[in-house]
Design a protein around this ligand. Sequence first.
Ligand code: NAD
Ligand code: UFG
Length: 331
Amino acid sequence: MNILVTGGTGYIGSHTSVALIEAGHEIVVADNLCNSKASTIDRIKEITGKEVTFYQVDVTGEEALDRLFSKHHFDGVIHFAGLKAVGESVEKPLLYYYNNTVSTMVLSKFCLKNKVKKFIFSSSATVYGDNKVPFVETMELLPTTNPYGETKAISERILKDVANVNPDFEVSILRYFNPVGAHESGLIGEAPTGIPNNIMPYITQVAKGKLEKLKIFGNDYPTVDGTGVRDYIHVMDLAEGHVVALEHLTPGVHIYNLGTGHGASVLQLVHTFEEANGVKIPYEIVGRRPGDIAESYADVSKAERELGWTTKRDIYQMCRDAWNFERNFKE
Ligand code: NAD
Ligand code: UFG
């Protein structure tokens, strides 16, 4: 299939681009580079040995999309492009609501206009809010504590309403848990600008000596050791989940959790990282981070049953690949 990958130079989009090419699909990447670099395209080419067409465009802009959809025929769109910093979304709500929901509306409009039937959307476990774990796709979505989370819930609703009146439209909403790790080549991975918000890049930067120590946000949660529990998933397993979801699309809206189904606490993650890589991660316990929940992990039985997809890489490999990328990474 010929697939438009929006946000394809970003963290998850670049790994999925590799997985799509390796599964025999052709891709066109569209990204405005607000949180990634064009050189990622060269890395994708280096890993796959295939050419990749890239456009630097903002996918909220109708004129640019008009040109893109006139030039190429797509069988499907995988829409990763979005802003994802939770804290920044509180500071700049309009930017987040505009970017993340308008892009979904404009892209689905162009799909319908150009008879592109398949649409995959990057949603997040954050839409479950403080539901009881494990999170199941049928649960009522609970309000999240920040505009970022709301943009995901709103985008899901937009896609459901659009599909409702366009019975040929095939939509897959993928709710990601906590993607970590990197491609085994170490050529692509997660390289946030500034001080990382998320735990794995923070840990790898402590390991590298760029940051002094990890601050663990709270050890008084009702969890196995008091620290927050998350369902970490290797980014290549997540990437392969997109390929399978694409290949299984049928008309209507299909929602899948993409996680491992197992939670790990912050302390368990730190100790696994130390063991897997033979490095020490100094840390201190500080207060809870506002908006954090105690536990998040997926019920993955629907993706297993309907897509035949399960994760293959364990938390040791996530830690090894994350460190391998950070060690090779040059600013
Ligand atoms: P990322 O920031 O690395 O990638 C997103 C890409 O989208 C970037 O390359 C950025 O330049 C691009 N982009 C943003 N707005 C754009 C626009 N208007 N037009 C064109 N390009 C634009 O983030 P990621 O971690 O790869 O996340 C991909 C998607 O998955 C996002 O929608 C994110 O919200 C979602 N998601 C991520 C996580 C996570 O923990 N990483 C978890 C759940 C969901
Ligand atoms: N944590 C620390 N110290 C840090 C960073 C994080 O102790 O420096 C802890 C958090 O308190 C939490 C766990 O590590 O218990 C994971 O935190 P992350 O920030 O890595 O991930 P979150 O689960 O908070 O959120 C991430 C994305 C969201 C997305 C969600 C579900 O940032 O956008 O996963 O996919 F919605």
